[in-house]
Design a protein around this ligand. Structure first.
Ligand code: AMP
Length: 612
């Protein structure tokens, strides 16, 4: 395909404002691209290399300005181009504003003016630029880019400049390309008797993988449910192949040549990163309600890493699939030592203290993308791998295997090393709360809850992985009652009734009406979780002097002692006087520095409940 044709189509796309119409324009272009299909698909996205490839064009604005100036003639220099850019605001329009052509000066391009640029020749020259290194490479890069501009028409120059700088400005996102691939090669055409299946035309389930940062960005497909019809749509087949391969050009070619069946065959390739599966926020009760039981893993406070080992060398990729092998040599060395078959592992890189305890996430960042001083930093911040998933072992893809099987594989590979933490399985919210407490006490970020039967869904932020982080907000509540324990805890107070302070009790009513609150305190819940036997003893000693009444197991206690408690959620509830109840409250400690008058007020509880 001639580059002029590509530029004309791109111009049409830029002028089209409707999503569906744009998708149609793209799918027409893909059908017409013939042998240039992979290149055209990448060019539409402002790319020369696929997203997973560590190779990049790496041409900066200065080189582009200089090349444009040279092609524009002896009266134009890079400063003029920059002045114009400041005026017009966009490099494509600047490039398109010059009348190129007729410039001689390079032997290599003496005939260039008469030769039309093609998509393939532009691709070839740009790859030449990307691989030109060493002495004099800047000049050779400049010569090659100048040669391209020198042969370009106004519209070609516009899209060449944008392509080189990676921003096409034609309103074609990843979702549009995905839909267009499906429409061009998998869906029935007009006049066929099978209905095409179109996922609402736009970027609704777009996977936006070009986040600026790896960490904490919300960048994935929100997955409502695993809807069978959705999974059968051609768009789904394309999306899945993209998530596994991150290669739009290859996926388009396979869709055209081998159809859906071919796409389904696209598997993992060691060395080519897969999009990371992500988590939604969720609670233990939700997990148990939905799955019966949950796999409970530690949520490590580090940076996501995907490990690819081919048996000889190890590569590490970030959550955005950038190559982070070089900054993390001890992770590479560990994998080389521990694993002798090809594998793809998913995990977290954490910074650890000398005693192996986790350090805050900020410490990992000092190592994660470092280009210089890697060895020096290695002495300052020690990093280690914590693997939590296994996507491939020795020729076998495990994306569609259930989590418990993937864990088993991981155990076989890394069991007994610090890189593998044995996950728990539980159907008991209290047990999960205790595991969470343990994880937090050990300095981790919290826990992850995962559906034991779930497959690995690349790029999805689905309901099969739920992240439980502790609530940042805790409450300081007054103990106004307790219950004696049972068995060996019979002489210890076990469960504690908690109350919030009611400001100006009497005037100020609680959510359930002002009737029940006692002495300016309204009950909110009971806490029994998170307390060791030893702690129970000291709490009993601390509270016994304040017992006012006893009736059977239950005692009421004068409001004197303040507990700090964490919780999963504040719910409206008819059970307690305040009208609220804490879901999964857990004991954090006694606020020795606070009196009952300093405890949190019901107003604050109401505000926190509203803010949830
Ligand atoms: P968030 O960044 O808060 O959305 O939490 C998801 C991130 O937690 C993942 O992308 C991982 O980097 C990290 N993480 C830590 N431990 C785990 C684990 N056991 N399973 C999955 N993700 C984990």
């Amino acid at each position: 395909m001639e580059f002029a044709e590509f530029a004309a189509r791109a111009e049409e796309m830029a002028e089209e404002s409707g999503d569906l119409a744009t998708t149609d324009l793209v799918s027409d272009l893909l059908r017409d691209a013939v042998e240039d299909l992979p290149i055209v698909v990448r060019f539409l996205q402002g790319r020369v290399y696929p997203a997973w490839d560590a190779m990049t064009l790496d041409v900066g604005p200065a080189l582009v300005h200089e090349s444009i100036a040279r092609a524009a003639g002896p009266n134009v220099d890079a400063d003029d181009v920059e002045t114009k850019l400041a005026d017009i605001g966009e490099i494509g329009a600047v490039a398109g504003s010059y009348d190129f052509g007729g410039q001689r000066g390079l032997d290599a391009f003496t005939d260039a003016d008469s030769e039309a640029l093609t998509v393939a020749s532009v691709d070839e020259r740009l790859r030449e630029i990307a691989t030109t290194t060493g002495d004099g490479s800047e000049k050779r890069r400049l010569d090659t880019l100048f040669g391209l501009f020198n042969s370009a028409s106004s519209s070609e120059a516009t899209f060449l400049a944008r392509l080189v700088l990676g921003e096409m400005r034609i309103g074609v996102g990843e979702g549009t390309v995905r839909d267009a691939i499906a429409a061009a090669f998998l869906e029935a055409r007009d006049g066929d008797d099978v209905d095409g299946d179109h996922v609402d035309g736009g970027d609704a389930t777009d996977v936006d993988s070009d986040d600026a940062t790896d960490e904490g960005s919300d960048d994935a497909t929100e997955e409502g449910s695993d809807d069978a019809t959705e999974n059968e749509s051609p768009v789904y087949a394309v999306e899945r192949a993209l998530q596994v391969s991150n290669d739009y050009g290859m996926v388009a070619r396979v869709a055209r040549e081998e159809g859906r069946a071919g796409l389904e065959e696209i598997g993992l390739e060691v060395g080519r990163p897969v999009q990371a599966m992500l988590a939604q926020a969720g609670s233990a009760t939700e997990a148990i309600d939905e799955w019966g039981e949950a796999v409970v893993e530690t949520k490590f406070d580090g940076a996501r890493v995907q490990v690819h080992a081919d048996g000889e060398s190890v590569s590490l990729f970030s959550r955005n699939m950038d190559d982070v092998t070089d900054p993390l040599p001890e992770v590479v060395e560990f994998v080389e030592r521990a694993v002798d078959v090809p594998v793809v592992l998913d995990g977290e890189v954490v910074a650890v203290a000398d005693d192996g305890s986790p350090l805050p996430f900020q410490e990992v960042l000092r190592r994660f993308r470092r280009k210089y001083d890697v060895e020096r930093m290695r002495d300052e911040v020690r990093v280690e791998l914590r693997a939590f998933d296994c996507l491939h072992v020795d020729g076998e893809d495990l994306l569609d295997a259930p989590l418990h099987e993937r864990h088993e594989r991981l155990r076989q590979l890394l069991g007994g090393t610090d890189a593998f933490a044995e996950p728990a399985v539980s159907s008991d919210p209290d047990e999960i709360a205790a595991l969470e407490e343990e994880a937090l006490e050990a300095g981790h970020e919290g826990i992850m809850l995962k559906e034991p039967e779930s497959t690995y869904a690349p790029g999805k932020r689905g309901r099969n992985w739920l992240k439980r982080k502790p609530n940042v907000e805790t409450l300081d509540l007054v103990v106004t009652g307790a219950e004696w324990g049972e068995g060996r805890r019979a002489n210890l107070l076990g469960t504690f009734l908690l109350s919030a302070r009611v400001d100006g009790a009497g005037e100020h009513s609680t959510k359930n009406g002002s009737a029940a609150e006692r002495d300016g305190y309204a009950t909110l819940g009971k806490v029994a979780t998170g307390i060791t036997d030893e702690k129970l003893e000291s709490l009993s000693e601390r509270l016994e002097p304040h017992i006012e009444h006893e009736s059977g197991q239950t005692v009421s206690i004068a409001p004197e002692v303040v507990f700090e408690v964490g919780y999963e959620e504040i719910q409206g509830s008819p059970t307690y006087e305040s009208g609220y109840a804490l879901r999964f409250p857990r004991f954090i400690g006694v606020r020795e520095d606070k009196t009952a008058a300093d405890a949190d007020s019901l107003d604050r509880v109401a505000r926190l409940a509203d803010a949830q």
